[in-house]
Design a protein around this ligand. Sequence first.
Ligand code: C2E
Ligand code: CA
Ligand code: CA
Length: 539
Amino acid sequence: MSSALASLRSLLYRPWLLATLAATASATLLLLASLGVAMHQLQESESAQMNAKGERFLERLEQIFGQLRQGVDLLQAQPLRGCDAEMVSTLQQVTYNNRFLFEAAYVDSSQSCSNRGGEQALNQLPPPDIQGPTYSYWLNTTTEPDDNRAALVLGRGNFRVSTSRGHLTDVVDLPPEGSLLVILDKGTRAVPVLGPVQEWPPASGWPPDNDDALQVFPSRLIYRMPTKSPDYQLVLITPRASLPLKMNGMLWLLFPGSLLLAWCIGWLVLQLVRQSRSMSSELQGAIRRGELQVLYQPIFELNSRRCVGAEALVRWRRPDGTLTAPDLFIPLAENTGQIRQITDFVLQRVLEQLGQVLRANPQLYISVNLAACDVMVPRIGLVAARLLALHHVAASQIAFEVTERGLIDVVVARDNLQALRAVGHQVLIDDFGTGYCSLAYLQTLPVDCLKIDKAFIDALGHDAASSGVAPHIIRMAHALQLRVIAEGIEYEDQALLLNSEGVNYGQGWLFAHPLNARQFIEMFTRGRRMGPRRIDDEA
Ligand code: C2E
Ligand code: CA
Ligand code: CA
């Protein structure tokens, strides 16, 4: 299991592999996103084209209807009735003056005549499709593919005028397979005026809830043209593929742009991995050259203000004297596995530097931080046992701090922590409250003590919302018979409040900053409380 993890880690730690993975993943994401944008834009342009086409249609149809109305009104208004030569000439005159009028006819019960002489078609019409108060409408009165046949007929009194299919198709450039329909009978019937018959209603859920003129369906676009008449509505239907779609020029840039961006991300990842690798090799050198040092932050009994122990905190002092904070290199060392060497180093240093004072003060203890990988294998117990034996120090004088995050696999961790406790070490949960430890979970863990995270101590007395958390944790710890250490105590008020809540131990700048071994021993042996003058971290 751990060897599989190690090989996975080493695989992921190859800069080129990581960079390629990052570039491929980002290229895929960016290309998918570009494709999404492209599709969206195509749909937008498709809709825009259809909207424009629909409006153009409407305009032209209005023009045609206008001329038909004008023609039939004119005929109705003139005094002639019957089918004499003068009437035929009047009918011819009307069609001559109106470009869209193909045929004009006079029809009564006994006779009929038209501008087209013997070829007239308007004398035997079925009942009109639409019967308005003034006009009657016949739509697509023939299905024959003859351009000279009527497509729209308008009647008033004894007169009929028509426009031909040829006229209509001239004016209206219908896309292939598109249809112009007139919708009648309150939207239930569709008569195709141009183009193939379409099933009606055109889609489930028709009519739509919204009033948009353009309705987009997966396979077709439907444009509803508003008309002035409540009796009918015009609808234009086109299959979606028949609309010529043009890729916006910008979109062509998106693809190479995405690839370029993905390449940049890959390059950036490569640089970052190389940098962290160089940091990790620097760290390796630092461990070898002994640039790491250990400081000790005293832990006090809050009642007596007596120092009872200390937490070992590692520092990286570079040859030029600058200090690198553990927050910067510990997470990296956890990733590379170098943390094991660091933990061993800290343990070794603690016993080398403080062995004597620990032997002389059997109640004094030092707390050592463990990383997740230290908790997952029994190794650390063996290392500690060897060093303790070497320096004749009791196991009870070395405590181990594990964070909630460090307990990834609880079952394995529990066994290892139990083994540490079995030989006499104390186990503390560090940064308590920042992870996912619930009460139920905590009950099953073999621990002695909780360290309340500084964030909750900071909130004491300041933030009404979170100040309640620390007392809650304290009560919980007491219920489980766990000791409590409050960390990050900076003010006397906090120390007093925590003490009154039943917290026995505390650590923080109020008492002392982390000290080097010499300062710590001095402070401890003098038994002096760190008062107003505190010895600083970097002494
Ligand atoms: P931590 O274990 O929670 O250590 C406590 C941190 O709080 C230390 O920072 C300490 O200097 C700081 N601190 C203590 N009292 C106060 C206070 O009153 N106010 C403020 N603002 N800070 C206070 P440090 O030494 O920088 O350590 C940071 C973290 O690095 C540690 O957090 C621990 O997670 C990690 N770390 C340090 N040394 C080791 C180590 O030897 N091994 C491992 N695995 N992790 C370590
Ligand atoms: Ca700690
Ligand atoms: Ca902590």
